[in-house]
Design a protein around this ligand. Sequence first.
Ligand code: SF4
Length: 279
Amino acid sequence: MMVNQADPGLVEALADATERALREAETRLPPDVLAALRRAAAAETNGIARQELGNILENIALAGERGLPICQDTGVPVVYLSLPPEIPFSPALFEGVREGVRRATAAIPLRPNAVDPITRQNTGDNTGAGMPPIHVVPGERFTVTVLPKGAGSENVSRIGMLLPSQAAGIPEFVAETMLIAGGRPCPPVILGVGIGGTFDAAAALAKEALLLPADTMDKYEQELCDAVNALGIGPMGLGGDVTALAVKVKRAACHTASLPVAVNVQCWASRRASVEVRL
Ligand code: SF4
């Protein structure tokens, strides 16, 4: 079915899907993140850290039961749209998502976090120039994926333009990012690491890595995670074995003279949800 670009039904369907995705993401953590948190709580040897992980798990359970946001910082919505061939790329896609963000902000409700970067004037509905960021990718199904991103963890994210000879130093760069961050990003964190591409592509890869399952890691990701956990920062920075639940890596080819590495820090409230758009 080819959809008419002017079809108001498309805007409405996308607004509805975006609102549903945000409600799900803000009130219930994905099962893989929950599993990683439970595993961390079971493995933690530090008593205070174990207690803190217990508080976090209780907070998550209460939010789910009551349909309330998991954290007071409901973040800014980062949106990924998956478009099958029959859905044309059109301005209606952007309008639908923005309308869904406005509705979610009023209905859930979400904290209005979006401001002008210089005047700091708040738009009141979590939209604004370039907000929400919307990434469009081809796919088999028409879906909207939301990743609400809190400021505490986003603010300590970091990018480095390393030398090509510094590939072996990537674990140190990743661990150093958390050493600088300390307890500020509400650990235990999940780190999205983008390696390669260009300056901007590495940051985009790091964000996309946060969409990957948090309860599995390959050998390299485990090596990075071990380097971070050796810091002993622990849950909420109070000390402990678990500083990172997971490190997830996405790579891209890069210039022979470059090695961009971006670390997007995500807090324990690693919120994301995908919803199919019903047309
Ligand atoms: S960093 Fe995460 S858990 Fe901490 S206040 Fe921000 S959104 Fe909430």
